[in-house]
Every structure is written in C-alpha cells, then in structure tokens.
Design a binder for this molecule. Sequence first.
Ligand code: DAH
Length: 343
Amino acid sequence: MSDATKLRDSALAAIAKARDDTELEAIEVEYLGRRDGKISRQLLSGIAQLDPSQRATLGQEANEAKRAVEAALAARRSEHQASRLADIGETEEIDITFPGPSLERGHAHVLSQVRKELEVIFARIGYTVEEGPEIENDWYNFEALNLPKGHASRDVQETFFLDANEEIVLRTHTSPVQIRAMERIGTPPIYIIAPGRVYRRDNLDATHLPYFMQLEGLAVDEGLTVGDLKGTLLYMVQSLFGRERSVRMRPHHFGYTEPSYEFDTMCGRCMGKGCRSCGGQGWLETGGCGMVHPQVLRNGGIDPDRYSGYAWGFGIERMALLKYDVEDLRLFYENDLRFNRQF
Ligand code: DAH
C-alpha cells in the first residue's frame, strides 16, 4: 500500500470516530492543512524528490486521498448537523423552533389621524401648515386679535397666566398664529392652517378638557368674500364626512372677525331633520369663523384696503367626536388601549 493510501485510510478512520465538528476540524488540519497537513506535505515535497516516471502515480494517489478525505469530512459534518437539529428540543434550553409571541403593532392616535387627515385635505387646495408657540404673550393671544384688556370675550376666567403681570399665557386658542403667519409671510396670498394644542382653565368633564387641540385656518388675498369662506368650510366638512353633509353658518361675535359666525355640520344620523343624537337640531356645532377684521389685518402688517381675509377655528377633538360618535372627550386622553385600538 502506498503512503498516500495509508494516510487516507487512517484519516477516514479518524473521521468515522469523530464526535463533533471540533474533532473534524482537527483532523482536517492534521491531514489537509496547507503546509503541514500529512497529505498536503506528501504532495508538495515528496513528489519533488521522485524520479519523473513515479511522479504521476504518486501525484494521482495523493490527490485521490485528498478528495476522499474531503468528501468524508463533508459527509460527517452534515450528519452532525442533522442530528443536532433532530434533538434540539432536548438539548437546547430555548426551543428556537417554538413560535414567539407576536409583536403588537402600534399606530397613530385617533386625534393624530384626524389632524393628519385635515392637513392632507387642506394641502390639496394649497394650504400650508403654520406653527406657533404654546406659550404666548398678551399681544398675540389677545390684543392683536382685537381683544383689549377688559374685553368681555378675553376669557380671563379661563386663561392660564404664567406670570404675575398676566402678560405671558398658555395660548387659549390657535388664533394668535394668524398674526404670526401674517408677520412671517408678509405679502398675500396667505393660505395657512395652524393645528395645535391650546389650554383653558376648564374643569375636566365629558365635554370639557383643560387642554385640547384646535385647527385654525386663515386666508388673506385680494377679493376674498364670505362665499369663499363658506365654500372652504363646505369642502372641509364634505371631505371629512362625505358629500351628503352640508354646512350652516349662524351669526355670532368674535373680536377678530367681522362679520362673525358659528358654523355647524349637518347631523349624519338624521341628515338635518332632527334626532336624538343632535338634540333635535339637525345640526352639530363645529366651530367659529368670519371675515378677518380690518384692524387684525393691520396688526399683522397687511393693508386692509387692498386685501381681505377669512378665518376659522374649531376643536380637533370635537371633529373626531363627530366623525366617530365618541360620547366623552376624556376618552381621547385616557389612553385606554381598548379605546385606542378601535381607530
Ligand atoms: N378662537 C375661537 C375659539 O377658540 C375660534 C375661532 C372663531 C377662530 C372665529 C377663528 C374665527 O379664526 O374666525 O373658540
């Protein structure tokens, strides 16, 4: 028997006895290691010393030995792997084949969804989103909006003041963003919405929250009329609730608009006829609106002789409540997953 064949047989015997991959690894190095492997060395150095007639035979034998050992190693390795997988349930502390707990997927809160939906609705007709600070000063929150100190609708009872002089407030509405937008943008056309949080000293109950979200809208351009205002509100309400719902405007008073209105959405249950869910009215109170008062335009740096504007504001919670028939505003903030999951 040639040396190569002997080496092959002893390697195969060792492989057959090897209990794991570590032992197989050692055998591989011992026989096939590039430099010092027993079979490799014979191929490399042994051959050089032989006379040419013997070289071919020995080379062939050594190559065959090498291939046989490689094949035996591969076969043994896959045997090991198969038996490891077969009894993994017994040998592993963690059964990696057992299905894990499914991960619960979160999603945006219903108020964020409604807010986003409104942003998209207004983006379609060219409105951009404007932001303002939640901590405001007297000028932006009141004065610039034609609500001088002592004015009845200043809602002093409802304002959170942050300083003794009552100059710094948590904004009581998003209307101050109207002034900030006019200042920032400067020359009309201005078409913006300003969604955001507002604060009021209301006691928490089913219809009042000490903070909530509003969405303000402001358009300033040449020749805007009440017709444009109503068309815009109608477009919004129909985009949110469906084509069959209309909008109604009732005269009202706000310091920063003239004329001023409250606007209502047609009740989706009775379609305006009057039912229990709308208190027999046929309409659901939605928000306030009007044509921007000339003095407010002036306070924003805009010439009221050249431009006119309309504005509106409403509570986003109220809109979500109308959309989803929610009965209690507090549900929006309790973060009970049984509630949140429904949207
Ligand atoms: N700021 C009012 C509020 O908080 C809502 C409002 C009324 C906004 C009329 C407006 C408006 O822009 O024109 O109740």
